[in-house]
Design a protein around this ligand. Structure first.
Ligand SMILES: Cc1cc2nc3c(=O)[nH]c(=O)nc-3n(C[C@H](O)[C@H](O)[C@H](O)COP(=O)(O)O)c2cc1C
Length: 418
């Protein structure tokens, strides 16, 4: 019986354990989590989502405060187009996060950064260019382009000295999106080094409509592999979304995948950035506690725990401090939804905005409990304690369970004694 460790992922000259821990935005996939994956010979991700807010928390920088101070005068103005990110600060924050991570890296694995195009930051191309180039400057091993078609992304960095050396890949949910991307990159004579096919059972934003349940990761993976073979492109395909055990992973490897990207099982590890009490919510979730909704202002559906505080909240937009989802015109669907609700209840002390949420505020506060489809099975991966909570897991334990388990088994941790 095969186990995932019987396979290896070849990326250029690197031979890796075929496990990639997916990027989880706003520091849910922390430096510590990425370091474990790299130490054990796989690939870990950090994320560049809201990185100035992340370095403020981790390294006591003051980027958010400075931005708010500069633009506070605009707080009552619905037009946020003046609220621009300082590109030098953005570069500094990104370099700080990446270099502090890379300096600690040990082992034969790699560390990539997840970079979402939908983080438009009131200047989509300008800020994206800075984010990508700063990560490359600071020594990142690879970049996973996500949440968007990324038709301009390779062009933005084509003159960077590391353009042909750093591992570049994209996350797609259809051959159509992949085809559009490859046509663009072909013009630069630079193919991606890997492609992640993400299916409908993943956490975070989904690359499908609300008809996500119609799609099947096995079929999508096969389609992408066949499409690449037809074009005679030899690019490793990494498959993601709902791969819960080592045996699930082996099924995909036998189908022709080069590796798997996994995330949900790592949300309940000590190294994951979610607060402990939120990790317990993930452990305790039942199947009907989870929904796919449309409250993200990005327009993509997102999978979430129904009880998370990001739902039915009505915080006032604070784009002067954050503003990560402001489009090129300085607006965001949450501002529109908030203002519509405010107009209906002008004297109310507290309003509730049902259709959309302020993702910046709630991600920053770890209030948006986005999760994968199989979150309700996490309780079967650990030990229940006397107080009803579950024992937190070591990321190494989860990684090795994917690597070595057979027969769809999940290895439980040794009981911890305090
Ligand atoms: C809590 C959480 C946050 C996520 N955030 C992001 C993100 O910021 N960017 C992204 O490209 N994918 C994100 N994802 C998707 C994962 O990187 C990964 O591809 C997917 O969840 C794998 O499926 P699994 O969770 O069933 O293992 C997130 C997933 C989870 C569970």
């Amino acid at each position: 019986m095969k186990k995932l460790d019987d396979f290896r992922l070849k990326l250029g000259n690197n031979e890796l354990v075929p496990i990639m821990v997916g990027g989880m935005g706003v520091d849910i996939s922390t430096t510590e989590l990425a370091l474990v994956a790299a130490r054990l010979g796989g690939i870990g991700h950090i994320s560049d989502a809201m990185v100035p807010a992340v370095t403020d928390r981790l390294y006591k920088t003051k980027f958010v405060k400075q931005k708010l101070k500069k633009y506070k005068y605009n707080a009552n103005n619905d037009d946020k187009s003046v609220v621009q990110f300082n590109l030098d600060n953005l570069a500094e924050a990104t370099k700080m996060h990446v270099s502090k991570t890379m300096q600690q890296k040990q082992g034969d694995g790699m560390i990539f950064i997840n970079c979402m195009e939908k983080l438009t930051m009131n200047n989509p191309l300008g800020t994206l260019e800075v984010r990508l180039k700063s990560a490359m400057d600071a020594g990142i091993d690879g970049i996973s382009l996500s949440a968007g078609l990324h038709l301009s992304s390779f062009g933005l960095i084509k003159d960077h000295p590391r353009f042909r050396e750093v591992k570049l890949g994209i996350i797609v949910s259809s051959t159509r999106a992949l085809n559009l991307f490859l046509r663009k990159t072909a013009r630069l004579n630079r193919l991606p080094d890997f492609i992640v096919v993400e299916g409908p059972l993943a956490g975070g934003h989904l690359g499908f409509g609300m008809d996500w349940a119609k799609y099947d990761l096995k079929i999508l993976t096969r389609e992408v592999i066949d499409f690449l073979a037809e074009k005679e492109f030899s690019i490793p395909v990494i498959t993601a979304g709902g791969i819960f055990t080592g045996s699930d992973a082996v099924e995909y490897m036998e189908l022709g995948a080069a590796a798997v990207q996994v995330a949900t099982r790592f949300t309940v590890t000590k190294e994951c950035g979610l607060p402990d009490k939120v990790k317990q919510k993930y452990f305790k979730a039942d199947e009907d506690d989870i929904e796919v909704n449309q409250i993200s202002p990005t327009g993509y559906p997102m999978r979430m725990l129904k009880k998370c505080p990001a739902l039915h909240s009505g915080v006032a937009p604070n784009c002067e401090a954050f503003g990560y989802l402001l489009n090129a015109k300085g607006s965001c669907d949450y501002i529109a939804a908030y203002n519509a609700e405010l107009a209906k209840h002008p004297t109310a002390k507290k309003i509730i905005v049902k259709g959309k949420t302020c993702l910046c505020y709630h991600m920053r506060k770890f209030n948006c409990w986005t999760c994968g489809y199989y979150t309700y099975q996490l309780k079967n991966t650990s030990l229940k304690l006397e107080n009803g909570d579950y024992q937190m897991l070591d990321a190494e334990h989860v990684f090795k369970d994917y690597q070595f388990s057979v027969n769809n088994q999940v290895k439980l941790p040794e009981p911890e004694v305090d």
